[in-house]
Design a protein around this ligand. Structure first.
Ligand code: ATP
Ligand code: MG
Length: 330
């Protein structure tokens, strides 16, 4: 257990991630992150880039690979809609004999040890949490922990990178923060050769015919502007190979079955999906996937009708029901 003393406070530090990653293709993106972290002169400050792209296209892997290239310990903080400022900075924990111990987040641990902090999926965070990062991500390079009552200055080697999904699932990032997480590094779809290499690296026991089928499938989906991701491709291949191994299903048939089960029945009907006709055939009533004004009102109600809400919600996407399949991008 590593600790660090700040005034009266003894902070328990988080552990860096140690699993090595490899970034394949699109070398330019890796170079751009490393450029952001460079200091041109002693008076120059590093930038905190925001890595943006569709889900599952390699944003976290890219940020991690850049940190690894820099040779600094890497700390990842997974942001959520519930992330509070203290989660991002220092959390008080009740330890034995009614004592409070203070745990530094991965971000603060990186600040103290001169590592790289990756704030993953940062656009899920509410504004209050962003606000706690404002002084850290500008020229001041410090954070104030209200719960521990300390100001924490970032080590001069501290570097930060923020990743965000390019979708509408989250809070808007406040403008004053957008100006502190510059520049934008956009992770777009890789070309066919690179995507095949990524698939091969991640599923290194896959035969060539399955790699070709999956790479062609993903490229066709990208051409139709559908948001099927590299991660979807990896899942399809891994499931197809399990069907092949455990059930003797031929690779070709296993691939098509895996596509259906990972992305939905009509996933290979690119034209239909791209036109937005992407609901499963067995769904007759689209209202199942829609939120009504009534639902919104219910959410604001007190808990007394929680049971009713549960019953009404049954089978809705996100509640364990069949999710609507992926469709057109943005
Ligand atoms: N260029 C690449 N090189 C190596 N692996 C990649 C590359 N692109 C994607 N992958 C692989 O694809 C998968 C998804 O990558 P990753 O988790 O980094 O995506 P993400 O954009 O952060 O996804 P999410 O939005 O869900 O957080 C991982 O298994 C990763 O190893
Ligand atoms: Mg990610």
């Amino acid at each position: 257990m590593r600790t660090h003393t700040l005034g009266e406070i003894n902070l328990t530090l988080a552990d860096p991630v140690t699993q090595p990653v490899r970034w394949i293709g699109q070398e330019e993106l890796l170079g751009q992150i490393l450029a952001c972290w460079t200091r041109v002169t002693k008076s120059d400050l590093p930038l905190t880039p925001r890595v943006v792209g569709k889900p599952g296209m390699g944003k976290t892997t890219l940020a991690q690979a850049a940190a690894q290239k820099l040779g600094k310990p890497t700390f990842i903080y997974q942001c959520t809609t519930d992330t509070r400022p203290e989660d991002l900075l220092v959390t008080p924990v009740l330890s034995g004999a009614g004592k409070i111990s203070y745990h530094a987040s991965p971000l603060v641990s990186a600040m103290i040890e001169g590592g790289v902090a990756i704030l993953d999926e940062a656009n899920r965070m509410p504004e209050k949490s962003w606000a706690s990062l404002a002084p850290l991500l500008d020229h001041r390079r410090y954070a104030e922990s209200i719960v521990a009552g300390v100001r924490i200055a970032a080590h001069e080697d501290f570097r930060c990178c923020v990743t965000m999904n390019d979708d509408a699932s989250t809070y808007e990032v406040p403008e004053y923060m957008v100006s502190r997480i510059q520049p934008l590094i956009f992770v777009d779809f890789p070309d066919r050769d690179e995507e095949r290499q990524v698939l091969q690296y991640n599923v290194d026991f896959a035969p060539a015919d399955l790699l070709d089928l999956t790479a062609n499938f993903l490229q066709e989906a990208h051409r139709h502007n559908l948001d099927y991701s590299t991660r979807d491709g990896i899942n399809i291949m891994r499931y197809a190979l399990k069907l092949n191994s455990a059930r003797g299903t031929a690779i070709d048939a296993a691939f098509h079955q895996a596509v259906k089960q990972v992305l939905g029945d009509d996933a290979e009907n690119f034209e239909e999906r791209a036109a937005g006709l992407f609901f499963p055939k067995d769904v007759k009533d689209l209202s199942e996937f829609m939120t009504s004004d009534e639902d919104l009102d219910d959410e604001e109600d007190d808990d007394d009708d929680a049971e009713d809400d549960d019953a009404e919600d049954e089978g809705k996407p996100g509640d364990g029901g069949k999710p609507p399949p992926k469709g057109k991008r943005g």
